[in-house]
Design a binder for this molecule. Structure first.
Ligand code: BTN
Length: 250
C-alpha cells in the first residue's frame, strides 16, 4: 500500500458508500474517508449504524488487494486485531474481540467493522473496509442495548484524532502482513489473545439451525473453531453464521 490519502468530511450518507463511489471512479488503494457524522451509516446484516456528529470515528478505507474474493472476510478479522491493539495502546482500555469482528469492553460493543467487496467477473476489483468506533458518546438510543462507548468506561472524554492516527498506523501495517501471506497466520496469536469467546460456550446461529459448543480459537482463514457437544471440532465460517454466548450477546 502506498501512503494513505485521507479525506475528512463533516457529513456524508455513509463513508462505506463514499469509498465505493471513489473506488468505482478509480481512486487509489489507501484512500481513506473519515466523516464527523453519517446520515445513513451502514451496519452488518442490513442494519443501520448510529453515527452522530462529534462523538465517534466513522471511517472507511479503499483496498485493492491482489487476492481472490473469498479472502476478503479475513480482512475484517485483521482489522479487528488492528483496531483492538490501537484502542488498547491509545487509551489503555481492556478491549476484546467478539468473533468475528466486534470489539467489546466489559461485554458491550464499542466498535463494528463492515467490509464490502466490489467484484467483477468473479474477480475482486476492490474492498471497502468500514470501521465505526464509539468514542465519546455518553448515551445511546434505547434500541441499542449492547452499544457502549470508550468514554463511558474511561469516564473521560478521549482524543479522537490520536486514536484515528493509531488505528490507521496499525491497519496499514497489518494489511501489508495480511496481503503478504494471504491469510491470518501472522495475526492469529494476537487475535486469540484478545478473543472474548475463547474457551467459552457459544450458540452457533447457522441457516441450518442452532447448536452449541465451546469456542477454541480461529484458523488461518478466520473460521471459529468450535468443539461441539459430540466432541468434534467444527470450523464455523464468518460469512454464514453468527455466534452468541449461551446466555446473551457474549
Ligand atoms: C456492524 O454492524 O457491526 C458494522 C458497523 C460498521 C459501521 C461503520 S461506520 C464507518 C463505515 N461506514 C458505514 O456506513 N459503516 C461503517
Amino acid at each position: 500500500m502506498q501512503e494513505l490519502k485521507i479525506i475528512y468530511l463533516d457529513e456524508i450518507d455513509s463513508t462505506n458508500r463514499e469509498v465505493r463511489r471513489l473506488g468505482d471512479a478509480g481512486a487509489v488503494e489507501g484512500t481513506v474517508v473519515i466523516a464527523d457524522c453519517q446520515t445513513g451509516g451502514k451496519g452488518r446484516l442490513g442494519r443501520t449504524w448510529f453515527s452522530p456528529a462529534g462523538t465517534g470515528i466513522w471511517m472507511s478505507l479503499l483496498l485493492r488487494p491482489e487476492l481472490p474474493p473469498e479472502k476478503v472476510s479475513g480482512i475484517t478479522l485483521m482489522a479487528a486485531t488492528s483496531v483492538c491493539r490501537a484502542i488498547r495502546s491509545a487509551t489503555g482500555l481492556n478491549t476484546q474481540i467478539k468473533w468475528p469482528n466486534d470489539l467489546v469492553i466489559d461485554g458491550k460493543k464499542v466498535c463494528g467493522i463492515l467490509t464490502e467487496s466490489a467484484i467483477l467477473d468473479g474477480e475482486l476489483k476492490f474492498a471497502v473496509l468500514g470501521i465505526g468506533v464509539n468514542v465519546n458518546q455518553t448515551e445511546f438510543p434505547g434500541d441499542l442495548p449492547h452499544a457502549w462507548s470508550l468514554a463511558m468506561t474511561a469516564e473521560r472524554e478521549l482524543n479522537r484524532e490520536g486514536l484515528i492516527e493509531c488505528c490507521l498506523n496499525c491497519l496499514k501495517e497489518d494489511y501489508e502482513r495480511y496481503v503478504q501471506s494471504g491469510d491470518l497466520r501472522q495475526l492469529r496469536q494476537e487475535y486469540e489473545a484478545h478473543l472474548v469467546n475463547l474457551d467459552q460456550p457459544v450458540r452457533v446461529l447457522s441457516p441450518a439451525g442452532e447448536w452449541t459448543g465451546v469456542a477454541k480459537g480461529i484458523n488461518d482463514s478466520g473460521d471459529l473453531i468450535v468443539l461441539n457437544d459430540q466432541g468434534e471440532s467444527v470450523a464455523v465460517n464468518s460469512g454464514e453464521v453468527s455466534v452468541r454466548g449461551v446466555y446473551g450477546y457474549i
